[in-house]
Ligand binder design. Structure first.
Ligand SMILES: [Zn+2]
Length: 335
């Protein structure tokens, strides 16, 4: 029923876009489902997320700004949602699902987004309203930066629409276990595509379901989209969601003030989620290496979950309990 309402609503939104005046004179009001982001299903697909973003925009037109920062190999738009005042003095960058099989983190960002919007006029943990917090610190959300990888993990290689791209995937290492897919549809691990230490890890030398860094940094459209997304502002903090292990990685060899700022960020995240602070990460070429070292933006990598990916649905309640306050509480730390 909820799905049906969603489809009905999205049709009305499309009508609205086509002709505002017709809808304004229509006696039939848009009926919004009470909860837009549905966490009762066992999967959260890219298509479902796209509908949810449109519905949230319709329900809260002046509280979020939506856009696309690029497109995936298989032609899926990479969506960005800015919550709060885009011109706020501070802005945070939050990203999920750079690895396909870690899609449950997209749910965290989308469910948090809806929760924050629903509570706009309510008092947040820092003693002021959610709205006031996001007025002083907006959040740039990229809830699913690797939509093709997510689609392969959820629906198999049949989910890739472009025939030649799909056929290439068939011959890659890991193709027999699409549920475990981490890379994009070119078999490049997007979290090995970043410049800082890009060529330091050469254990996988051909396109595969995971860990292949590509022929150069930023060859992949999704990595280029992220590079653009990160360049939009001088963010005060960045969070990259991954799975699994319940840990916060922050130490990539930052020095001076940046080190102090990223330590403070990691401690905020630890206090909010309860996850342990992890040791220094030996892997390079990652998004958060780039954010910290190249961009000078304090950024942590948060690893959710306690079992192997893709996380089973039974993990969701735990993930939500641990992460539901991240968005608003972290923004509250940067007022
Ligand atoms: Zn990951």
């Amino acid at each position: 029923m909820k799905k049906l309402l969603k489809v009905m609503s999205i049709s009305l939104i499309l009508m609205l876009n086509i002709n505002m005046t017709v809808l304004a004179n229509e006696p039939v009001a848009i009926v919004m489902p009470e909860n837009i982001v549905d966490t009762s299903n066992h999967i959260y697909s890219y298509d479902e997320m796209v509908v949810d973003i449109a519905l949230l925009k319709e329900k809260y037109p002046d509280k979020i700004e939506i856009s696309s920062v690029g497109a995936s190999v298989d032609g899926r738009a990479i969506h960005q949602v800015i919550i709060g005042n885009k011109n706020a003095k501070n802005a945070i960058y939050m990203q999920a699902a750079i690895h396909g099989r870690e899609w449950m983190n997209s749910w965290i960002l989308m469910e948090s987004l809806e929760m924050c919007l629903d509570n706009w006029n309510n008092i947040a943990p820092h003693g002021v309203t959610y709205g006031e917090i996001f007025n002083n610190c907006c959040v740039y959300l990229l809830p699913m930066v690797n939509p093709d990888g997510v689609t392969i993990s959820q629906f198999g290689l049949a989910g890739i629409r472009n025939e030649s791209v799909r056929n290439n995937c068939l011959f890659m290492s890991g193709a027999k276990y699409p549920g475990l897919w981490k890379a994009n549809a070119n078999g490049v691990d997007l979290n090995r595509q970043f410049t800082v230490g890009w060529n330091s890890r050469m254990d996988v030398t051909a396109p595969a379901s995971e860990n292949y860094n590509g022929t150069a940094a930023f060859t992949e459209p999704e990595a280029q989209a992220m590079k653009y997304a990160m360049s939009q502002r001088n963010f005060v903090a960045g969070v990259a969601y991954h799975s699994m292990e319940g840990a916060i990685y922050w130490d990539v060899g930052q020095q001076g003030q940046l080190r102090e700022r990223v330590q403070a960020l990691a401690l905020h995240c630890h206090n909010i989620t309860g996850y342990r602070l992890a040791e220094a990460s030996p892997v390079k070429g990652l998004e958060y290496n780039y954010m910290n070292i190249d961009k000078g933006i304090p950024t942590v990598c948060i690893e959710t979950g306690t079992v192997a990916c893709p996380l089973p649905y039974s993990q969701w309640k735990r993930l939500w309990r641990e992460n539901q306050m991240m968005m608003v509480a972290l923004a509250g730390c940067y007022q």
